[in-house]
Design a protein around this ligand. Structure first.
Ligand SMILES: CC(C)(COP(=O)(O)OP(=O)(O)OC[C@H]1O[C@@H](n2cnc3c(N)ncnc32)[C@H](O)[C@@H]1OP(=O)(O)O)[C@@H](O)C(=O)NCCC(=O)NCCS
Length: 177
C-alpha cells in the first residue's frame, strides 16, 4: 500500500511540486491547465508514495463560499489524481482520508468540483451533491455558473447547509469551481 504523507505547499521542494504537476498532467491527459495547477497550491497536499515514486496527489486550499448569508471558511479540494496503473487499490480513498482529517479540524465545510469518474469515491466518503444553483462572485458581481450545477460536492462539517439553496464561490482565474 502506498505511503500517504501530507505537507503544506511551503514545505515541498520544487522537484516534488514538479513531479506532482507531471503526475496530474498524465492523470488528466493534458487537460490540466496552469490555472488548474495553481488552484491546487497554497494549502495542504496529500501525496501517495510508492518508494520514491509519486502515484497520487490531492490538495486542499482555503476558499470562501457564500451560503445562507455567511462567507463560510471552506476547504476546497483540488488536483485529485491517482496514476492509472495504481487505481482501485484504495489510494484515492487514502488521499481523501488524509485531506478529510484536515477539513474536519480546520474548516466549516469541504467542497470540490467532481469529475464523473470520482463521484462514487466522494459519495462513499460522505460527500453530498449540491442540488441548488451555483454562482461565482466575479469582479462584475454574482454570476450564475450553470455548467457547475450538479457537479459541486460538499462535505458538511460544523455549519448547517441547505443543499437545495444557493452556493456562491469566490473569484479566481481559470475554472471558478
Ligand atoms: C478518481 C480517482 C482519484 C480514484 O482513485 P483510486 O485510487 O482508484 O480510488 P480508490 O481505489 O480509493 O477507489 C476507487 C474504487 O476502487 C475500489 N477499491 C478500493 N480498494 C480496492 C481494492 N483493494 N480492490 C478492488 N477495488 C478497490 C473502491 O471501492 C472504489 O470502488 P467504486 O468506484 O466502485 O466505489 C482515480 O480514478 C483518478 O485519478 N481518476 C482520474 C482523475 C480524476 O477524475 N480525478 C478526480 C477529480 S475531481
Amino acid at each position: 500500500m502506498a505511503d500517504v504523507r501530507t505537507a503544506h505547499t511551503a514545505d515541498l521542494d520544487a522537484a516534488t511540486l514538479t513531479t506532482a504537476r507531471l503526475l496530474l498532467d498524465d492523470v488528466f491527459a493534458g487537460e490540466m491547465s496552469d490555472d488548474d495547477w495553481e488552484h491546487a497550491l497554497g494549502g495542504i497536499h496529500a501525496l501517495a508514495w510508492e518508494g520514491d515514486e509519486l502515484i497520487g496527489h490531492a490538495s486542499v486550499v482555503q476558499r470562501r463560499l457564500l451560503h445562507g448569508g455567511r462567507a463560510l471558511r471552506t476547504g476546497y479540494v483540488e488536483g485529485v489524481g491517482v496514476r492509472a496503473d495504481r487505481r482501485r487499490r484504495g489510494v484515492g480513498g487514502a488521499l481523501m482520508d488524509a485531506l478529510e482529517r484536515v477539513l474536519r479540524a480546520a474548516y466549516e465545510l469541504g467542497a470540490l468540483g467532481a469529475t464523473d469518474d470520482a463521484v462514487r469515491l466522494y459519495t462513499a466518503h460522505g460527500w453530498k451533491r449540491w442540488e441548488g444553483p451555483t454562482s461565482a462572485l466575479t469582479p462584475e458581481g454574482i454570476v450564475r455558473t450553470v455548467d457547475a450545477d450538479g457537479a459541486v460536492y460538499v462535505l458538511p462539517l460544523s455549519t448547517p447547509l441547505e443543499l437545495t439553496g444557493a452556493l456562491v464561490c469566490d473569484w479566481r482565474d481559470g475554472d471558478v469551481w
